[in-house]
Design a protein around this ligand. Structure first.
Ligand code: SF4
Length: 348
């Protein structure tokens, strides 16, 4: 443990003030905070809660149903990041659809799906575009590449989300946010600074190593003690105020903001991204004249409450019994970044 970590540890463990709720809003932070044992460091008065930071977890049930409709009704090849395959839809997961004959393939990048479409001109390929500002640029690049190559058998089913309006929806849920460093590396800090200045929402941007997380937590505690709203970038080696101009540019070129449904949070105005009119030919919902498909979450699952910090995974009646990583009932148990999965793996 270096000197900076020792100092941070002293501040965290020595805290004796009023009860604090600090919400991390990043699936990677959820797991790293558990894995590094940081939860065991914080004294009883500090509650670290998880917010809607896992891209798979916040994807609505209806989106899974839409993907299954494309696979089974339209015979499309569905390409997706692996985690999404096990997420339960209303009646089945994509893994279940695969057992019924659907062609569902995990890919590492949206460009892999573009390549698959190019290799299979007689098949229709749909990439499931989910995630935050960290993954949206690569989905945009895939659409742009497909357009440049004149591919007519590739499209995106979009459920891309943006964080600022989710923070807005969560105002009052915690005393401060630990903002995801990789998201701010793309977007910059303007939205977080605005939240602080206009709504008094406090937060720190954190990196992902033990030292970076401990420092961010200690800074957050010290600034909360002062009682004034604050924003602090504790990940300056990666996060710049202006963000990543190239990533921002391609998102603005290919997509535009739209209302978006978040699991557990409902529809948050202007919290999603959809393809612009110039890319309508690559929008799977338009291309296949998809009917409105509304998903129904399993009533036993409390993912929605977990994602808003209203309860801990262990408060869910089926946690660790009916719902396990091998047999997930909800998305938060599926994803490696989900809070339920983290609790299952690391909590005592
Ligand atoms: S334990 Fe399972 S069912 Fe309960 S909230 Fe988590 S994912 Fe949903």
């Amino acid at each position: 443990m270096n000197e900076q970590m020792m100092k941070a540890r002293e501040i965290i463990t020595g805290y004796k003030g009023r009860p604090l709720r600090i919400m991390e809003v990043c699936g990677t932070h959820t797991h790293e905070i558990f894995r590094l044992g940081l939860r065991k460091l914080v004294p009883e008065g500090i509650d670290i809660i998880s917010g809607p930071g896992c891209p798979v977890c916040v994807t609505a049930v209806g989106f899974i149903d839409e993907a299954i409709w494309l696979a089974l009704e339209k015979g499309c090849i569905i390409c997706t990041f692996g985690d999404l395959i096990k997420v339960p839809g209303t009646e089945m997961s994509l893994a279940g659809a695969r057992a019924k004959g659907a062609d569902v393939r995990p890919v590492y990048s949206p460009l892999d799906a573009v390549a698959l479409a190019k290799e299979n001109p007689d098949k229709q390929v749909v990439f499931l575009a989910v995630g935050f500002e960290t993954t949206t640029p690569s989905a945009c690049l895939a659409a742009k590449t497909a357009k440049e190559q004149g591919l007519e058998n590739f499209s995106l089913l979009t459920a891309n989300k943006t964080m600022p309006n989710a923070y807005n929806a969560l105002v009052g849920s915690a005393d401060a946010f630990i903002y995801p460093g990789h998201v701010n590396a793309i977007t910059g800090n303007a939205a977080c600074i605005k939240l602080c200045e206009e709504k008094g929402v406090s937060g720190v941007v954190a990196g992902f190593t033990a030292s970076e997380l401990m420092t961010a937590l200690a800074v957050c505690i010290r600034l909360l003690e002062k009682g004034e709203p604050f924003f602090k970038n504790c990940y300056p080696r990666v996060v710049k105020d202006e963000g990543n101009p190239a990533a921002i540019r391609i998102m603005a070129e290919v997509m535009e903001p739209c209302d978006s449904e978040w699991r557990g949070l409902g529809v948050i105005p202007m919290s999603g991204m959809k393809l612009k009119a110039e890319y309508a030919g690559f929008d799977a919902r338009l291309k296949y004249a998809m009917p409105e498909i509304k998903g129904k979450p399993n009533p036993a699952c409390r993912c929605g409450d977990v994602l808003q910090g209203k309860c801990k995974p262990s408060d869910c009646k089926v946690f660790g019994k009916v719902c396990t990583p091998l047999h997930p009932v909800g998305a938060c148990m599926v994803s490696d970044e989900g809070a339920c999965s983290a609790y299952y793996q690391y909590a005592d």
